[in-house]
Design a binder for this molecule. Structure first.
Ligand code: ADP
Ligand code: MG
Length: 339
């Protein structure tokens, strides 16, 4: 196993920069997610690691070894593409055995290895089936088994679950995460789905327009985004703008005590779940319930405060109706802020 180090990577297509000065160390034995919207450069980065694309500037290391000119088949990094590309005329067994046969591995060793992977990927009973006789999730597991057969140092998955329906996607997410932890493989996964990234990853790298904007744990990137554009990517948030003077934050919502020093311009960020409902008291924000969206595990309210809207989420037992007067509590001492 090896950590992967991308150093000062640049890549462009048709004079358009697609990857801009990428610097990242990917930990061995962890699941690292490259997250970003479509077109942000995720696949290009993954293909560069696999050796399918040449970066025009910068270095790529597996451990201490410089890999820039090492060909795909010598990199020991296997990519499972979005389109899976199983061999349609081969059974599940033969698909999994393919890489080992190409490497002229001894037949009995192949048989043992294939059986082990069939068990590991829970494909028992499907050994003799052809790809068109399998469900989406089963095909996915065969593709992963085939990739794992040659015992790669690094497994690369490009949007692996994007074509699966929601239930199957959740199952496969859990399955792949558990498998990665059990085998302790270095896994790099590309996705545009923030929920998938947060729930599966050890580390998330957010890629926007070819740049890594933040690279850290799921908790940290969601709760402590380094910029508004990172905060924006993770969905609904509230921004409160104003200034701080004499231990008070002055904003369009009123004045709030804070322990931050004086500052001419500051923006606080609150996720909907970081604002609570409470009683009328000092520092509470009075508003009227404007909208109420039920989503099973929670309700998201839109609260009108004069001509501003604040989004607040709450567990079901807090029931408010449209038009109710409510008092909101926000802790400005704990909140993320941007200056
Ligand atoms: P993502 O996987 O995040 O959707 P890609 O890495 O596939 O993004 O693409 C990033 C940008 O590079 C896009 O604007 C895409 O059009 C462009 N691009 C990717 N591959 C090629 C290529 N082979 N030739 C020209 N442009 C490409
Ligand atoms: Mg892509």
């Amino acid at each position: 196993m090896a950590k992967i180090y991308l150093k000062n990577i640049n890549k462009s297509y048709d004079n358009k920069a697609v990857l801009k000065n990428i610097n990242i160390v990917i930990n061995e034995g962890q699941l690292t997610v490259l997250l970003g919207p479509s077109g942000s450069g995720k696949t290009t980065m993954l293909h560069g690691i696999a050796g399918m694309v040449d970066f025009e500037e910068g270095d790529i290391f597996f451990g201490d070894q410089l890999m820039n000119h090492v060909s795909i088949d010598k990199r020991n990094a296997v990519l499972v593409d979005q389109n899976l590309l199983l061999f349609p005329h081969m059974t599940v067994e033969s698909n999994i055995a393919f890489g080992l046969k190409m490497r002229r591995v001894n037949k009995s060793v192949i048989k043992e290895k294939v059986n082990e992977l069939i068990r590991l990927l829970e494909l028992e009973g499907h050994e003799k089936k052809f790809p068109n006789e399998l469900s989406g999730g089963q095909m996915q597991r065969v593709a992963i088994a085939r990739a794992l057969a040659i015992e790669p140092e690094v497994l690369l998955l490009d949007e692996p679950f994007s074509k699966l329906d929601i239930m199957l996607r959740k199952n496969m997410q859990e399955f792949v995460r558990a498998l990665q932890q059990k085998l302790n493989i270095t896994l790099i996964m590309v996705t545009h789905d923030q929920e998938e990234a947060l729930s599966m990853a050890d580390q998330v790298a957010l890629l926007l327009d070819g740049e890594i904007k933040q690279y850290t744990t799921p908790n940290e990137i969601y709760e402590k985004p380094v910029s508004k554009e990172v905060a924006d990517f993770f969905g609904v948030r509230n921004y409160f703008e104003g200034k701080i003077s004499g231990g008070e934050f002055h904003s369009h919502l009123g004045r709030f005590s804070t322990n931050l020093p004086n500052c001419e311009k500051i923006t606080f960020m609150f996720r909907p779940e970081q604002i609570g409902f409470g009683e009328k008291q000092k520092d509470s924000i009075e508003g009227i319930v404007k909208r109420r969206v039920y989503s099973g595990d929670k309700v998201v309210y839109t609260i009108d405060v004069r001509d501003f809207h604040i989004h607040v989420s709450s567990f079901i037992y807090k029931e408010f109706n449209i038009g109710d007067k409510v008092y909101l509590q926000a802790n400005f001492d704990k909140a993320v802020y941007f200056i």
